[in-house]
Design a protein around this ligand. Structure first.
Ligand code: FES
Length: 107
């Protein structure tokens, strides 16, 4: 099983099961991780699924491109080098134990 470690804005954290092929956003929503709004349900039109991935994910997947890269400019919390839209990152087996940080706000 793949487990993701979500760090929340209040400093607490949650380890949640993740299914390869699902997105970070879907995983957060289905496990009740607070702080992920996902207004557009994954259609790349809201930037309310903004997360900060860890270095391992960033180095293996590379940074955001195209429409995701543009949409990140509209995130409520200013984007950082490890910013991604959670709906655009698909879970893979090697992500087991990865840390995903939820920004302070999405709106
Ligand atoms: S859920 Fe809207 S951009 Fe990801």
């Amino acid at each position: 099983m793949t487990t993701l470690h979500f760090v929340l804005p209040d400093g607490s954290s949650r380890d949640v099961p993740a299914t390869p092929g699902h997105s970070l956003m879907e995983t957060a929503i289905s496990n009740g991780v607070p702080g992920i709004v996902a207004e557009c349900a994954g259609s790349l039109a809201c930037a309310t699924c903004h997360v900060f991935v860890d270095e391992a994910i960033a180095s293996r997947l590379g940074g955001p491109e195209g429409a995701e890269d543009e949409m990140l400019d509209f995130a409520a919390v200013e984007r950082r080098p490890l910013s991604r839209l959670g709906c655009q990152v698909k879970i893979e087996d090697w992500m087991d134990g990865a840390t995903i940080t939820v920004p302070e706000t999405q709106v």
